[in-house]
Design a protein around this ligand. Structure first.
Ligand code: CTP
Ligand code: MG
Length: 240
């Protein structure tokens, strides 16, 4: 079995505020993308990595990954306008021998290598689609959001409290049999928020395995503080 990882890294990072594309911003003095690629290349089962870079930054990203010792064999392609397009473009660049594909956000730079291995192992064991997930900590309520969308100060009426015992917050790396992921992207008509969402539309079963708190996504400025704290703690424990 040959396992490759795709890393969508072509987003702008609008919610993080002005600056470089998100994947190129640093945590612990190193770009998020480098953290993500290093962690994947340390995974025992991952043999190669394809990065989807911002279209105007492909050569910059290539040079960046060369300047750090990222380990695995890394290819860089231009990403697209939506995350889903970036994944499809990277998928098209995979060599024929790859039969298992992990898709992992550059925006989850601290996801442990062990998580990538666990997801890949579950695919190799026979699951066509595997996603890491965690229980939801907060109480979740459904609100009449559309009814007050034009009146921001109105307060959103609560319709119900959702039973969260069977809800999961989904992370990456997500793992797929290559043929399943390719078919899901070929048949995609609308944009889904994750790759497993496209696979579900094909009617192919998707399973959730235990995620990792350290696989959180860096979306807003506060997430950067958490990432710095995690790295500081890893340094104290000699894990870097
Ligand atoms: N991504 C991508 N191509 C895009 C958009 C997003 O490869 N056209 C990647 C991002 O680089 C990120 C991952 O998909 O690694 C998850 O997306 P998100 O967290 O939304 O990142 P951004 O789109 O960069 O952030 P924002 O939505 O705040 O602009
Ligand atoms: Mg985005």
């Amino acid at each position: 079995v040959t396992v490759a990882a795709i890393v969508p890294a072509a987003g702008r990072g609008e919610r993080l505020g002005p600056g470089q594309p998100k994947a190129l911003r640093e945590i612990g003095g190193m770009p998020m993308l480098v953290h993500a690629v290093r962690s994947l290349s340390r995974a025992r089962l991952v043999e190669q990595v394809v990065v989807a870079a911002p279209p105007d930054g492909v050569s910059q990203v290539r040079a960046l990954l060369l300047s750090y010792d990222v380990g695995a064999e890394v290819t860089v392609v231009a990403g697209g306008a939506e995350r889903q397009h970036s994944v499809a473009l990277a998928l098209a660049a995979l060599p024929a021998e790859v039969d298992v594909v992990l898709v992992h956000d550059a925006a989850r730079p601290l996801a442990p290598s062990e998580l990538a291995d666990a997801v890949a192992a579950a695919v190799i064991a026979g699951h066509p689609a595997v996603v890491p997930g965690l229980p939801i900590a907060d109480t979740v309520k459904r609100v009449a959001a559309d009814a007050v969308a034009d009146r921001p100060d109105a307060g959103e009426p609560v319709l119900a409290t959702v039973d969260r015992h069977d809800l999961r917050s989904i992370q990456t790396p997500q793992g797929f049999a290559r043929a399943v992921l390719a078919a899901a992207h070929e048949h995609a008509t609308e944009v889904a928020t994750d790759d497993a969402g496209l696979v579900e539309r094909l009617g192919v079963p998707v399973v959730v395995v235990q995620g990792s708190p350290e696989a959180f996504k860096i979306t807003r400025p506060l997430d950067l503080l958490l990432a710095e704290a995690v790295l500081a703690q890893r340094r104290v424990h000699g894990a870097l």
